[in-house]
Each structure stands twice: as structure tokens, then as C-alpha cells.
Design a protein around this ligand. Sequence first.
Ligand code: AMP
Length: 271
Amino acid sequence: MKILLNNASLFESLRPFNDLGFVPTMGGIHKGHLSLINKSNKLCKKTIVSIFVNPKQFNNKKDLKSYPRNIKKDLKILKKSKKVDFVYLPKFKDIYKDKKKSKITLQKKDKILCAKFRKGHFEGVLDVMNKLTKIVKPKKIFMGEKDFQQLYLVKKELEKKYKTKVIPCKTIRDRNNVSLSSRNVLLNKSNLIIVAKIYETLVDIKKNIKNKKNIQSFLNFKKKELKNNYKIKIDYLELRNNNNLKISSTNKNSRLFIAYYLNNVRLIDNI
Ligand code: AMP
């Protein structure tokens, strides 16, 4: 496993390879990341993982400051997996070398879910993913359904501009069905019990939704119930179509999306 600390060393090392699988991350490596890496390892000749906490996608300074970072531990886990050929650890200037302002804007129809509540977040994600794709030139990029809206927007953006395919990967959960996330280290045991209960509630809502005449009012009712039961702040609880993320009036081909704050940590999930 070769560690690439700047773009010069990346260009030099990657030159011989054209069947590259790329797993972009912000570190805090867990089994969710490793599942993406395994898939890349199976489908591509070489796998490169990047670790870069992209300041431009944080709409909240406190969140950026508290974002878990532990490069040493991350490198140890990646090495032990034996599935990673390169780790790219760019500095800010490797990614943002030209100071030109990014021209990324979201379409009105995409200003939904997290885009509505985290202003500028996806513009930052799309900007960094454009830059990383130009630098790494991967054949395939592996991304998690855990961040479904991110996957949807990045796939739409990159596949029209570059010769790369964005491959969706299933959400990995712990044995209590808590979806793995780097942010989970910011939660205590009793928080994690609540996260597991909220997951159970989501499963229950999804099961019951098909018998409801008015899905919207059912979801509003469940939102209030969740708020009261667990003392959480909920940004959204919405059923949307898998393919175009439009509000859905049927259970078919749809996902239930939630974003909420627990212990001041913003968590998202979809099932
Ligand atoms: P992050 O480091 O949180 O930016 O995540 C890097 C990539 O890993 C993104 O494509 C995420 O969607 C994916 N990812 C994060 N958590 C999980 C998970 N629990 N299961 C599957 N993929 C995940």
C-alpha cells in the first residue's frame, strides 16, 4: 500500500494504471468504507482510497472542527485490509490549486432533503468530486447508498462529464442496524440505543405506509411522534422515488429518508 502525499507523487505512481477503482472518503475508516474498498478490489485492477476532510462542504464551522480525524488509525485499518493499493492524502492546495470560484450550482428540483437544510453542502461535494476525478482519473468510483442524495447528485454530475462510472454500494449497519458512520464516535451508548430504535420505527413506517391513503399526513404524524419519543430535532422525514428523488405516493421503488439531530450530531439514514 503506497501513500501518496501530494499530486506529483500521485501522477507518477498512477501513470501505468488505467483500470483504477476510487473510494473517496473523509477518513474515520469503518466497515462501511471497507465494503466499498472490497467491491473496488473485486471489480478493478488497482484501488485508490482518498482521505480528505473537505472544508468547502461543511456549512457549519463547529461540525468541521469536531469531525473525527485519526489518520494513523485509518492507515493501519487500510493496510490490514490488504485491499488497498494507494492512499491519497492531499493537502488543501493539492485540490484547490487554482483560486477560481467554483461554478457549481444545484438545479431547483435538486434543492431538496439535505440540500434544503445544508446550504452549500452539495455544491462543495460536487466541486471536490470534480477536482478529485480530474486528478485521479478513475474508471470506477465507489459510493455508499448511506448518503443516497450525495450518490445521486455525484453520479449525475460526473457521468455526464467524465469517462467514469459511479457504482452504488449497499449501506453497512452494525448488529443493531445502526448505519455505520464516522460521526458515530460522537455518540454515547444511550444515543446509539436511540438510533437503533429510530431505525426500527423507520422499518415500521415503511411497512405500514402502503395502507395509508394520505402518506403525507401519516409521515407528519410519525415525525411528531419520533420528536416527542426521542427528543430529537428532525429536518425531514420523506418518502421519495429511488430514481429521481421526487416525492413518492407509493411504497414501490421508493425510499424513506430521514435527517435528525441527536446530541448535537446530525445523522441521516434511508431505507
Ligand atoms: P465519508 O467518509 O463519510 O465521506 O464516506 C465516504 C464514502 O463511504 C461515501 O461514499 C459514503 O456514502 C460511504 N459510506 C459511509 N458510511 C457507509 C456505510 N455505513 N455503508 C456504506 N457506505 C458508507
